[in-house]
Ligand binder design. Structure first.
Ligand code: GN1
Ligand code: MG
Length: 371
């Protein structure tokens, strides 16, 4: 493997590298902040892309470049100021006739983007930030409705619940780590919900539910805010791909409305914050109601339940497989995450009727406020 400085030298960056330090806490890629010595040169983010999980790096970077260029054109057309802080820019390789934005050192894939100065991410948000995040993710989807490029699914069937249950059943069958007996009740509890949770796939097959370009990892900490709390941009674009809009709506609430972190073992503290739900939904509907279909809107409460359920299934699958996918800090980490997500799911399920009522009333308000 090449040294960071050698890797950085492959990209057409400006300035000279001063320091390289780990950045963020993603579960999949390794991220570093590259500070340059010169005031005049930007700093950069260097990432090692996990190519065990993202097997089509070429397609992945093509997606990301298509999306960021499209968003950049949109911002320019809107006459937005400070565009370099509102959309990520990826750095091409030096002297590469194909203009590639990733480098393979024989072992690992790397990419670089400009570091956005004065930007902050948060692991928890209040209703005010949630409303802005909702509007921003809704706008992200709205802006990409007319993207001319055909994007690839960077992880095929990523948010396909039928596929996740299939992997789950395989893991149960194999019981590779010998952990099945200890988790039987949770396994049964999740399988009981299989039919309800796979309704999106059935609706899609019947032509009643479209796939649109979505972010597919709308965890709250994948959104950057400026010092005044205004949304700057959406980051972590590896999973931008065609999916149901539920992906973005549901995954944000899964991470932001949980009163505790997704791996907190304190189950009695897990709750689903309806104030966050209301604020996020309001923001989302203001920018997305214009293109959403009635089916998509009606199923938003389902989306809020689907994502803790899918995440519980994914964590438990990994636990049964012996922790081969997610980074873990201790042996039962994936099981603790699973229990946490199941508890969150139960809290969501209790609130679904109220969610539907809230969405209906918001839509009526939006319709009435239109001239
Ligand atoms: C992974 O790497 P990170 O933390 O952004 C995962 C998401 C999960 C999330 C759970 C490619 O995202 O789907 O929701 O962990 N990304 C991938 O924390 O599997
Ligand atoms: Mg992330």
């Amino acid at each position: 493997m090449e040294k960071p400085n050698e890797i950085i030298a492959r990209f057409s960056t400006e300035g000279t590298t001063d320091t390289v330090k780990p950045l963020g806490n993603g579960l999949i890629n390794d991220t570093y902040l590259v500070r340059t010595a010169e005031e005049s040169a930007p700093d950069y983010v260097l990432q090692r892309i996990n190519h065990r999980i993202f097997t089509d790096i070429e397609g992945l970077q093509r997606n990301i470049v298509a999306v960021t260029s499209h968003l950049r054109r949109r911002l320019a057309a809107e006459g937005a100021a400070d565009i370099d802080r509102k959309v990520l820019s990826f750095i091409p390789l030096r002297d590469d006739p194909e203009g590639r934005t990733y480098y393979f050192d024989g072992e690992n894939y790397w990419r670089m983007s400009r570091f956005i100065p004065g930007a902050f991410t948060y692991d928890t948000v209040d209703p005010h930030y949630s409303r802005m995040a909702g509007a921003a993710f809704g706008k992200f989807q709205a802006d990409l409705v007319d993207i001319p490029a055909q994007l690839v699914e960077t992880i095929p069937d990523f948010h396909n619940m039928e596929f996740r249950l299939h992997q789950f059943r395989d893991a149960i069958e194999a019981d590779a780590a010998g952990r099945l007996d200890s988790v039987r009740p949770i396994v049964d509890d999740l399988l009981r919900r299989a039919h309800y949770m796979t309704q999106a796939e059935r609706l899609h097959r019947e032509g009643l539910l479209p796939k649109r370009v979505c972010h597919c990892d709308t965890k709250v900490n994948n959104m950057m805010f400026d010092a005044d709390g205004n949304v700057l941009c959406v980051i972590d674009l590896d999973t931008v791909m065609p999916s149901y809009i539920f992906s973005d709506y549901g995954d944000f609430l899964r991470s932001a409305a949980n009163t505790v972190a997704e791996d907190s073992p304190e189950l009695d503290k897990v709750d689903f914050r309806m104030d966050i739900f209301r604020a996020f939904t309001e923001g989302y509907l203001t920018s997305a109601a214009g293109f959403l279909t009635a089916t998509e809107i009606e199923l938003l409460p389902y989306a809020a339940a689907l994502f803790p359920c899918m995440q519980a299934v994914r964590f438990l699958t990994d636990y049964l497989n012996g922790d081969t996918y997610y980074k873990t800090a201790y042996p039962d980490h994936n099981l603790v995450r699973t229990r946490n997500q199941v508890r969150l799911l139960e809290c969501v399920e209790r609130n679904m009727p109220e969610m539907s009522r809230f969405i209906e009333s918001k839509l009526a308000e939006i319709a009435n406020s239109r001239p």
